[in-house]
Design a protein around this ligand. Structure first.
Ligand SMILES: Nc1ncnc2c1ncn2[C@@H]1O[C@H](COP(=O)(O)OP(=O)(O)OP(=O)(O)O)[C@@H](O)[C@H]1O
Ligand SMILES: [Mg+2]
Length: 247
């Protein structure tokens, strides 16, 4: 198993009171598998993404990555984990350094993790992301949201990750591009056998992309299963409501 999330609890303070943004969330993810995470605004999707990436620590529960409890990792192991778990964000333009051409940011990421690719491998990855050298010479503000998101995919892929955490990566894009970026990611992770945690508001997109699905409601998992099975026969009223709202 690549990732095991065991009874995660994350507390925040709201209006002076503590509340559980995540409440005993458990699931596991096999190498190379695809997991959609859906749920209404405030249900804890981004909190879960940040915890899985190690950007925040849980208050209770465990995250086991490649068989090791991440709470007990050494500094060197944390570094490896940061390389192996890459995050792609909602706003691709803000995720790149504004004063560097895209290529420079991508190269800096690789240098930071001391990653070197085989000859020709970078060009191959660039093609897979439908990017060109000329486009990568541009600055983030000189490319479209879709192009920039493809560059973010390339930046992540160049680090040979084991897991991609994608938090609403299609939400800031034009509707016509959402499926394109979703499918691009789906194909990339399939080809490179990378696991993906795909957080989305877009239930139709989640259904198209397949894999497994988790439904979060107020910090708890209320339903999980094969994506198509959940759509065909949702067990929970909350899931039914979510599905009905898009049909
Ligand atoms: N740093 C924080 N401090 C306090 N409360 C927070 C913090 N981050 C998130 N929250 C609260 O935790 C809950 C879950 O937030 P989260 O961002 O994980 O939801 P989400 O499912 O990603 O929502 P959305 O679909 O709007 O992105 C919300 O009530 C939010 O207001
Ligand atoms: Mg969110």
């Amino acid at each position: 198993m690549l990732l095991e999330v065991d009874h995660l609890v994350k507390m925040y303070v709201r209006q002076g009171k503590q509340f559980r943004a995540l409440d005993a969330v458990s699931f596991s993810l096999e190498k190379g598998s695809w997991l959609n995470i859906v749920g209404e605004s405030g249900s804890g999707k981004s909190t879960l993404s940040r915890l899985v990436c190690g950007l925040e620590k849980p208050d209770q529960g465990k995250i086991i990555f490649e068989g090791m409890d991440v709470a007990g990792l050494s500094l060197r192991q944390w570094r490896e984990r940061y390389r192996k778990v890459q995050m792609i964000f909602q706003n691709p333009i803000a995720s790149f350094h504004p004063r560097y051409p895209l290529l420079k940011s991508i190269r800096l990421g690789m240098e930071n993790y001391r990653v070197s690719l085989e000859p020709g491998q970078f060009e191959q990855l660039m093609e897979e992301c439908h990017l060109t050298p000329a486009l990568l010479e541009r600055y983030p503000h000189e490319v479209s949201g879709g192009e920039c998101q493809r560059a973010a995919c390339l930046r992540a892929l160049c680090l040979s990750p084991e897991l991609l955490v994608c938090d609403e990566v299609t939400s800031a894009l034009d509707v016509s591009l959402r499926l394109e970026i979703g499918e691009l990611l789906r194909n990339l992770v399939r080809h490179h056998h990378i696991a993906c945690l795909f957080v989305t508001h877009d239930l139709l997109l989640a259904r198209k992309l397949g894999g497994n699905l988790i439904v979060l409601q107020q910090g708890s998992i209320v339903e999980k299963g094969r994506t198509e099975d959940v759509f065909q026969s949702p067990r929970e009223p909350y899931t039914k409501k979510l599905i009905d709202s898009i049909l």
